[in-house]
Design a protein around this ligand. Structure first.
Ligand SMILES: Cc1ncc(COP(=O)(O)O)c(C=O)c1O
Length: 401
């Protein structure tokens, strides 16, 4: 599989274990973007000439493709953004500012990435609403007890991650929280950044109102993301980013915006990137989500087995959940800072992430400053894990510890 990814031609010895930050891109994605720039480069939405119509049609094809990929009922529920962060901020500005009132509650979990945390924390301060965070214990479990303690008649938005980017498993309370939210009439936003590259997503079955993700974490390019907005919620929103291409008419006093999703896509779209995202979805589908999931699962289990021999290593979160649904493994090593571990691995061409992974509240709940995170893509193989374990053995023999 590595031969489908040009980075490994340029770096034949590279062991890239940081897919959770961004995946590598296969040649087919780069080719699709290149084809746009070299064969039908034109701005979309406006032109009446053939080249512009071809580019516009491609964008709409990808919109349909995304809708099908995540099980949306209609392509008009798909807004192109610049990534998960912009998608979530868009919900904040276009939905929450209109619908959250002083005294209302927004609920998140202690698992959230900053992108799905700070937006709600700051918005609640601005509005005078209450920002509620379900805490996490030292073993990485959500301290929920009773769901009704958290999801109350005052809850207006439950904003939760699908898969934790720091612990690597699916939020075990995802469905319960969604059901409870729907029962009290709260809206539900799911941060799918870490889920989309290997899980089958069905936004209708999930019963969420918003679903956000980024192209670059699913073999697509940077600079493009998606916000799914369920049709029945669209009337509760108003555009919050303004500019050309998103309007029906403008006078000196009034603007009439285009219907969903175009009213929410002002300015020039990241056209090449959207086309690249479409190619990434086709790439994923050509492998098959079941195969991708099985592949990740095998590597996670191999890694967990390998890490067991090191007494100084503490795996974060439930190993049972990781073995079942894990997409990455985070750990700490007694007596050595994660940055030093990452730097040591880098001297052996192994790229891993070290830090708080933009989930500082989780680190505070669980009582660590930073961790080492290993995350896999389809280009990783058994040998990558073997090499990692071998280099970790060298680390333990070195005088760094
Ligand atoms: C769970 C989660 N949410 C949100 C984000 C933010 O994604 P982006 O930087 O592409 O906007 C990330 C990125 O690491 C993530 O892992």
């Amino acid at each position: 599989m590595k031969n489908k990814f040009p980075i490994f031609i340029h770096h034949p010895y590279l062991i890239y274990l940081d897919a959770a930050a961004t995946t590598q891109r296969p040649q087919v994605v780069l080719d699709a973007m290149d084809a746009y720039y070299t064969q039908y480069n034109a701005n979309t939405g406006r032109g009446v000439y053939q080249l512009a119509e071809t580019a516009t049609q491609k964008i709409e094809d990808v919109r349909n493709q995304v809708a099908q990929y995540i099980g949306a009922a209609d392509a008009s529920e798909i807004v192109f953004t610049h990534g998960t962060t912009t998608s979530i901020n868009l919900v904040g500005q276009s939905w929450a500012l209109k619908n959250i009132k002083p005294g209302d509650e927004i609920l998140v979990t202690g698992y959230e990435h900053h992108a799905n945390f700070i937006v709600w924390q700051q918005l609640c301060k601005q509005i005078g609403a209450s920002f509620k965070v379900i805490p996490v214990d030292q073993s990485g479990q959500l301290l929920i007890n009773s769901i009704s303690d958290w999801v109350t008649p005052k809850t207006k938005l439950v904003a939760i991650t699908h898969v934790s980017n720091a612990l690597g498993f699916t939020n075990p309370y995802l469905n319960q929280l969604i059901t409870a939210a729907n029962q009290v009439g709260s809206r539900v936003l799911i941060d799918g950044a870490q889920a989309v590259k290997s899980m089958s997503i069905d936004v209708q079955r999930l019963e969420c109102d918003f679903y956000a993700f980024s192209g670059h974490k699913m073999y697509g390019p940077t600079g493009v993301g998606v916000l799914y907005v369920k049709k029945s919620v669209q009337h509760e929103m108003a555009p919050s980013v303004f500019g050309g291409g998103s309007v029906n008419s403008v006078t000196a006093t009034e603007t009439v915006f285009l219907p969903f999703p175009y009213g929410y896509e002002p300015g020039t779209l990241p056209i090449a990137e959207i086309i690249g995202l479409g190619a990434a979805i086709t790439f994923i589908q050509s492998i098959g989500l079941k195969t991708l999931q099985k592949h990740t699962n095998q590597l996670i289990n191999q890694l967990l087995d390998g890490l067991h021999q090191f007494k100084q290593i503490k795996i974060l979160g439930s190993q049972e959940l990781l073995r079942a649904t894990g997409t990455l493994v985070s750990f700490t090593i007694q007596g050595i800072h994660p940055h030093d571990v990452a730097a040591f691995l880098d001297t052996h061409n192994i790229c891993v992430r070290a830090g708080h992974h933009c989930a500082q509240p989780l680190a505070q709940f669980m009582g660590y400053d930073a961790s080492i995170r290993i995350s896999f893509g389809i280009y990783n193989d058994k040998q990558d894990v073997e090499k990692l374990i071998q280099v970790l053995k060298e680390l333990f023999k070195s005088n760094l510890l």
